[in-house]
Design a protein around this ligand. Structure first.
Ligand code: APR
Length: 231
């Protein structure tokens, strides 16, 4: 029987694809104050400004130079080798680089840049172009902002409770509930592994830690993992 893996990813896995992480520059995100662009209050204060920000991020993501890197591809290969039912990616990222690399079993707990949501009906729609607030005042980015509840939490906790491995990649461990997943995994005696550029805030809770750029350490880890699980 194949082992079960839950893989949590954060901004660090996409850094080498050219997408900015969140906490690199004093709490600024692409030069913006997080309170202004990533809270519902910020949206109420300035909906057009907030849409401008996500329209800009969406365009950035659609730039042909923004491609999955070797870490995204390695995770897709891992899923192909062990089967989608055994490998769940839980991502805090709102980009689509896991999908582009070929991963199938992906939970976007913080939403997706390429989706939008109708505030009145809750309907989620694909969105690959700018949102014009003046024409569509009910449409908001399908992004979980600070103070809002992340998506699919029941499924995520179910997966965590059954997992053999919990692997955290490229996340600083600042933001809950994701920052608390390692504790849940430890409680069910899963193997816990941190792959990050540097020790995260939760680094001491992981049994195994490997530090370096994701594009190097994730493929190395996956290669070894596949080798061990086949033998
Ligand atoms: N390879 C591996 N790790 C990297 C790399 C890299 N090339 N570059 C940066 N990192 C690491 C950083 O050291 C840091 O620990 O990735 C982590 C990124 O941390 P954050 O910027 O805090 O991103 P993340 O943890 O994903 O943020 C969580 O916060 O603002 C919210 O909703 C937003 O989903 C986001 C959440």
């Amino acid at each position: 029987m194949q082992p079960k893996l839950v893989i949590l990813t954060g901004a660090g896995i996409s850094a080498e694809s050219g997408l900015a992480t969140f906490r690199a520059q004093n709490g600024l995100w692409e030069g913006h104050n997080v309170d202004d662009v990533a809270t519902y209050d910020g949206y109420l204060r300035d909906p057009i400004g907030v849409h401008d920000f996500y329209n800009m991020l969406r365009k950035k993501l659609q730039n042909p130079n923004v491609k999955p890197n070797a870490a995204h591809y390695a995770l897709a290969e891992l899923e192909q080798t062990l089967g989608s039912e055994n490998v769940t990616i839980v991502t805090q990222n709102v980009d689509n680089l896991h999908e582009k690399a070929g991963s199938k079993n992906i939970i976007h707990m913080h939403g997706e840049l390429l989706k939008a949501r109708n505030e009145q009906t809750g309907q989620i729609i694909d969105c690959d172009s700018d949102i014009d607030y003046t024409k569509n005042p009910d449409i908001r980015p399908h992004i979980v902002w600070f103070g809002e509840i992340p998506l699919y939490m029941d499924t995520i906790y179910q997966q965590l409770e059954q997992t053999d491995y919990f692997i955290s990649i490229g996340t600083s461990g600042n933001v809950y509930p994701a920052a608390g997943f390692v504790q849940v995994a430890n409680q069910v005696n899963a193997n816990t592994i941190e792959l990050n550029l540097e020790p995260s805030l939760k680094g001491n809770q992981f049994q195994t830690k490997i530090y370096g750029p994701a594009s190097k350490i994730v493929p190395d880890f996956v290669k070894q993992f596949i080798k061990n699980s086949i033998n």
